[in-house]
Design a protein around this ligand. Structure first.
Ligand code: SF4
Length: 458
């Protein structure tokens, strides 16, 4: 349904969400689990949940997302899901032979109160987990948090289950990339490589969800962090966690479990946040920044300078997840754009505080909200129109109804490709964001120009 009937008047709604700006916890847990090599994510609940989680990821990545389910029926709803999970573990290891199963719960299994560690203990005692294979779990009730929380919980589970200190600090840095695309993970690894810093990245979905077409189906693609790497993360000299909400819990758990000190940074989107990331990595590893990185930074700055006239004081409305929105807002403010409506569906007090600080010098009122929905976002746009919308695919309805240029940013993107292959993080990703912004704004100028003002050179 298109949204043209959204009322302009904003009335307070306490118990009604219209067009949520979020998805559910298990989707994030499933995405994180796919970032472990040889892992089959397992949804402990009914088939409907699992179908939704898989199909959302499949539609976003245009790749077959492999996962399993406990297939709850009425019996499991009444008596609990233990026998389903035990049977599932047995079947999965026998038929599909993954190295590891990553179990996440669902609303139903959480409401029943299934004790997953106890069930996994029984699976071990009953010899349902073969030698050298693993089963891990994360609790992901969807009536608390969102897909970001699910991602954070499963990433923390990787630390809880595997990271071990060998008593030494090895010359290696852990990077927890946050909820970013496989292409972004590639870009972050590229920066570390250019700095000459050995890293362990977890989770790592590069070559899992953006692999090449080989004509051959791989149940377990070649990418992903290995179990050995996850174990070794406990002996790294430090951790850089990108995105406090998605990566912070795992970094803190690693610090308290293995005494690996961590720095929790914003996602490296835009110039300033990327500077902070490069600087933190440089200092932690004790290396110098090579010319290749400085050149990319200079190229990004050059685009900003050249195209300033098209960016200056353009009003933008942003909707998405807290971690990427904090960095994106900072980037837009730094290039003299005016993000004036910024909303996330995930509740996060830090989000409102940070966005307020970042936007305090904007010469315009700024709407900020966390834990709210796209209807409110649309109402803000109706009341104070903008030049550009940025958000996931669902924003296309608002863009069409209000006739505003729109850039797809965030999760899920169900109707375009590119996000799996071209980064939005670090300096190169900043160039891509700028290219998209300028293309959207300049296409609109071309569309709306009179014949006399229709310029060949802009
Ligand atoms: S029931 Fe809960 S876990 Fe299942 S799809 Fe709905 S929100 Fe997600």
């Amino acid at each position: 349904m298109l949204l043209r009937h959204t009322p302009k008047e904003i009335t307070e709604r306490k118990s009604l969400t219209v067009n949520p700006a979020k998805t559910c916890q298990p989707i994030g847990a499933m995405y994180a689990a796919l970032g472990i090599h040889g892992c089959l994510p397992h949804s402990h609940g009914s088939q409907g949940c699992y179908a939704y989680h898989r199909s959302t990821l499949t539609r976003h990545y245009k790749e077959p997302v492999m996962a399993a389910t406990s297939s709850f029926t009425e019996g499991a709803s009444v008596f609990g899901g233990q026998s389903n999970l035990l049977q599932a573990i047995n079947n999965i290891f026998t038929v599909y032979e993954p190295d590891i199963i990553a179990v996440h719960t669902t609303c139903l299994s959480e409401t029943i109160g299934d004790d997953i560690p106890q069930i996994l203990g029984k699976a071990r005692v009953d010899n349902k987990i073969p030698e050298g294979k693993f089963v891990i779990h994360a609790n992901t009730p969807s009536y608390v948090g969102t897909h970001v929380t699910g991602f954070a919980n499963m990433t923390k589970a990787m630390v809880d289950y595997f990271a071990i200190s060998n008593g030494h600090k090895e010359p290696r840095i852990n990077i927890i990339p946050g909820w970013v695309e496989p292409s972004d993970m590639h870009e972050i690894k590229k920066i570390a490589r250019e700095l000459g810093v050995p890293i362990v990245m977890f989770p790592d979905t590069e070559n899992v969800l953006n692999g090449p077409q080989t004509g051959k189906f791989e149940m377990f693609p070649k990418g992903g962090v290995t179990i050995d790497e996850l174990i070794s993360a406990g002996s790294s000299q430090g951790t850089i966690a990108l995105g406090g909400l998605a990566s912070g819990p795992a970094a803190k758990a690693l610090d308290s479990k293995c005494k690996v000190p961590c720095e929790i940074l914003d996602l490296p989107i835009g110039i300033k946040a990327t500077d902070r990331f490069v600087d933190a990595l440089r200092k932690m590893a004790g290396v110098n920044v090579p010319d290749t990185i400085t050149t990319e930074r200079g190229q990004l700055l050059d685009i900003v300078t050249d195209m300033q006239a098209y960016l200056y004081h353009k009003k933008v409305a942003l909707v998405g997840d807290p971690d990427p929105l904090i960095s994106l807002t900072e980037f837009l403010v730094s290039i003299d754009m005016m993000p004036i409506h910024i909303l996330t569906g995930t509740k996060d007090k830090n989000f409102e505080k940070r966005i307020k600080e970042i936007t305090e010098d904007i010469p315009h009122d700024v709407n900020i909200a966390s834990g709210k929905d796209m209807m409110l976002f649309h109402q803000w746009v109706k009341n104070d129109p903008v030049d550009l919308l940025m958000g996931n695919t669902y924003v296309k309805y608002i863009a069409r109804d209000e006739d505003i240029p729109f850039i797809r940013f965030g999760f899920p993107i169900l109707d375009r490709i590119g996000h799996s292959y071209f980064p939005m993080v670090c300096y190169r990703g900043g160039m891509r964001i700028l290219e998209k912004i300028l293309e959207a704004l300049m296409d609109r100028i071309d569309r709306d120009s009179t014949e006399i003002a229709f310029d060949l050179v802009m």
